[in-house]
Design a protein around this ligand. Structure first.
Ligand code: IMP
Length: 198
């Protein structure tokens, strides 16, 4: 059984890449139900406006939204970093803005993963200027060890170690988003050398 489970939880892909399950789909769904209950418990009467950060948060937002009872609306925003060097200095570019005004709304920013925190720091600055009634943050994954910016999420699904993860919306080079679980990605030996030199 142990061997069988191991065989299923680790899988090789082309290009020398392999993934190892870190959080199963059913654990994710259970956690999302708990997070939804907590969020609604904090704002029992209020319409909630979820803002998902594309593309990584699509599955998290769609599952979370369906678990929160009462009035819920949602919108999406997309950001990209200017490049690796400038990204670490907090330079983030808005590539798709929200459709609707958030002034006076109770806004929950929905992010796939909180890593350095620079993206979230940028987004919170942008949103605060637009005068929402309240601004909260829900993240599925939190890599606390990597934090640079002084930001924190109000609702956290799982705190994870400092490893590169894919699946459930998270990608590597636009791939693996469709995995129903979160997995640690191992690159082939050649790729590791390439990324070490970057
Ligand atoms: P931050 O600005 O460093 O917090 O990074 C946030 C963004 O980086 C996330 O929304 C993801 O798109 C991406 N990211 C950070 N860590 C990972 C990872 O382990 N796997 C995939 N994407 C990641």
């Amino acid at each position: 059984m142990g061997k069988e489970r191991k065989r299923r939880s680790s899988r090789r892909y082309g290009r020398g890449e392999s993934v190892r399950t870190l959080i199963t789909g059913s654990r994710i769904q259970k956690k999302i139900r708990e997070m939804a209950r907590e969020i609604r418990g904090d704002f029992p009467e209020e319409p909630l406006h979820l803002v998902g950060v594309l593309k990584g948060a699509v599955f998290f937002l769609s599952d979370l939204a369906r678990q929160i009872p009462g009035e819920v609306s949602f919108d999406f925003i997309a950001v990209s970093s200017y490049g690796k060097e400038t990204h670490s200095s907090g330079q983030v570019k808005l590539t798709r803005d929200l459709d609707a005004n958030i002034e006076g709304k109770t806004v929950i920013v929905v992010e796939d993963i909180l890593d350095t925190g620079l993206t979230l720091q940028y987004l919170l600055r942008v949103f605060e200027q637009r005068k929402p009634k309240r601004l909260r943050v829900a993240v599925l994954l939190d890599k606390q060890e990597r934090r640079i910016a002084a930001v924190r999420a109000d609702y956290v699904g799982f705190t994870i170690p400092n490893e590169f993860v894919v699946g459930y919306g998270l990608d590597y080079d636009e791939r693996y988003r469709n995995l129903p679980h979160v997995a640690v990605l191992s690159l082939g030996a050649g790729k590791k050398e390439e990324s070490a030199q970057e």
